[in-house]
Design a protein around this ligand. Structure first.
Ligand SMILES: [Cu+2]
Length: 119
């Protein structure tokens, strides 16, 4: 299996996982109606994860270049691009060639990675 096929399989698995988690959260919400006063009634939306491969790491600036799959919530097709890491020290634990699952979002007009895990 080549690397692109692997990313495709991982992407499908991530979608299945997030769908399962959302389903479980929905079911728990319907059954467990006990809530502490003052708590928000709606569960926080689950972050959407994207699969990618680290192409290079900029430790000085806490940024990475990632070849990533489509990111629906950002309206982005698959591409290779640079992201800043919110936790810039995290760059030191990432290596070129790592396959990762990450969450990206726009903060102050800049695209950043808020969470990243090696697979
Ligand atoms: Cu992109």
């Amino acid at each position: 299996m080549n690397r692109l096929n692997l990313l495709g399989v991982l992407a499908a698995a991530a979608v299945a996982l997030s769908a399962g988690a959302a389903g479980a959260a929905g079911a728990a919400g319907a059954i467990g109606s006990v809530q502490a006063p003052g708590q928000a009634s709606a569960p926080a939306p689950l972050p959407e994860y994207t699969l990618g491969e680290i192409k290079s790491v900029d430790r000085e600036r806490g940024a990475v270049i990632v070849k990533h799959g489509p990111i629906r919530h950002l309206g982005m097709p698959d591409m290779t691009m640079r992201f800043r890491l919110v936790d810039q020290a995290r760059a030191s634990s990432l290596r070129s060639g790592d396959v990762v699952r990450f969450h990206a979002e726009k903060r102050n007009g800049m695209l950043v990675i808020t969470e990243v895990a090696r697979l």
